[in-house]
Design a protein around this ligand. Sequence first.
Ligand code: A3P
Length: 272
Amino acid sequence: AGAKNIENGAHLNGTQQYLPHIIIIGVRKGGTRALLEMLSLHSDIAAAESEIHFFDWENQYKRGLKWYLNQMPFSYPHQLTVEKTPAYFTSPGVPERIYQMNSTIKLLLILRDPIERVLSDYTQVFYNHKQKNKSYPPVEDLLLKHRELNTDYKAINRSLYYPYMENWLKYFTLENIHIVDGDCLIRDPLPEMQKVEKFLNLSPQIKASNFYFNKTKGFYCLRDGGRDRCLHESKGRAHPQVNSFLMGKLQDYFYEPNKRFFELVGRTFDWL
Ligand code: A3P
């Protein structure tokens, strides 16, 4: 079955809402916002601004596809609609639900070194607490228990990519899923974005001139029709320094799962 044919309320200018042709499924803290913003540089892309959580939140999913469609941006018929919800990647029921909507949809998964992702995840939760004037324990207190790695800590589990990937591959093939190297996207966004354009069969439009390195931020920012913008300050935050004991534990822990993931997707990544 291809895409379900639901379309919504055409506007006079010829735009209407479409169910997504592309979904950025994760991973949380992988660089999903950067990927969405960079993809939006392309004129054939129409992106949903906020995270919709349609397939992973029961109360949203039961509202049905018509509700989902209504969350999508108005776009021209030649454009591709994209939404991103990073929690999809690690939610067990999501692959099947997406498959039922559109078995040939294109999925983008942006991954980072699992250890960096853990520290980024920790940093995110730390700041969420800080915003609410609540304290959050130092990273060592959460990641270690009796001098062993505390594998109950959620952020560690979310960096075990292979079991989640296995679940996606029950429904989709690697032809439908393109993995973006989030570490490369940080260091040099253009080549990664060119691979994304190819995967999506988009015309090559994104150019070196769309990016400039912002020394203050320490990250690439976007230049779009003379308009310069960096990602929100919550993107690209300093991570806590971890001592060599904890780093060693993390490296030992992720060594095998990383290898299994590489085998699963037939490609390696430059992870520690
Ligand atoms: P950190 O803030 O931990 O460095 P997500 O959008 O999925 O939450 O991912 C956030 C991460 O995107 C950031 O994590 C940052 O490393 C990464 N990122 C990639 N490219 C970026 C860019 N050009 N500007 C800011 N952050 C970027």
